[in-house]
Design a protein around this ligand. Structure first.
Ligand SMILES: Nc1ncnc2c1ncn2[C@@H]1O[C@H](COP(=O)(O)OP(=O)(O)OP(=O)(O)O)[C@@H](O)[C@H]1O
Ligand SMILES: [Mg+2]
Length: 192
């Protein structure tokens, strides 16, 4: 059994798998990528390393066990066929606050909040695995509660079919304000 847990930075992957680790073997792919230096270059625009997908896939193939959870931002490049993919989603207004509290540069906050708002990872994952992808909202729960609900999804106790589209859920005025704030991040230089 292989489950993927994905989501843009700040949606809660690490916090949630820290609870799931007690019940399932977890591979935090970010750690593997860092240890084995499986990245190609640093992208200034996104403020993150671009990974060598072919190499990561090759290394990951050697790590699958009988049952495993793999955690990384977007796993749509892996050749493994997962039993399910749980995509963590966070209201973009809340996500922006979480990322700002990490003191990320404005360009990195903007890039990730826009990706969440537009459902970029959702599209990548569902283009490949269709209805195996389940959105899980981490906006209002605690990481522990989220982990318990995700445990039930993995064990088949619950079978939600949620698809989250922030553009249709969010209040138009709040959306307008958020996009205005993100836009202003383009017009001034990044904080160091
Ligand atoms: N329901 C929730 N589930 C998970 N995290 C939550 C939840 N509610 C609030 N949080 C908070 O959001 C933050 C998520 O950070 P975390 O490092 O887990 O994200 P991540 O997805 O692993 O990011 P990265 O891709 O940068 O590693 C934490 O500060 C966590 O306490
Ligand atoms: Mg993490």
């Amino acid at each position: 059994m292989t489950f993927f847990i994905c989501g843009v930075p700040g949606t809660g992957k690490t916090s949630i798998v820290s609870f799931l680790k007690k019940d399932f073997p977890v591979i935090e792919l970010g750690n593997v990528i860092k240890e084995k230096r499986l990245y190609t270059y640093f992208d200034e625009r996104t403020g993150s390393f671009v990974i060598n997908e072919k190499e990561v896939d090759r290394v990951a193939r050697g790590l699958y066990g009988e049952s495993v959870i793999i955690e990384w931002i977007d796993l749509s490049f892996l050749s493994e066929q997962p039993n399910g993919v749980i995509l963590l989603r966070t209201n973009p207004i809340v996500l922006k606050k979480r990322l700002e509290s990490r003191n990320y540069p404005d360009s990195k906050v903007r890039e990730n909040v826009m990706a969440e708002l537009l459902g970029v990872i959702r599209k990548n994952l569902s283009d490949k695995w269709h209805d195996k992808v389940i959105d899980f909202d981490t906006t209002a729960t605690s990481p522990k509660e989220a982990a318990e609900a995700i445990r039930d999804i993995i064990t088949g106790k619950s079978q939600p079919k949620e698809v989250i589209d922030w553009l249709s859920i969010m209040d138009p005025e709040e959306l307008d304000q958020l996009i205005g704030q993100l836009d202003s991040f383009k017009s001034h230089s990044d904080k160091p």
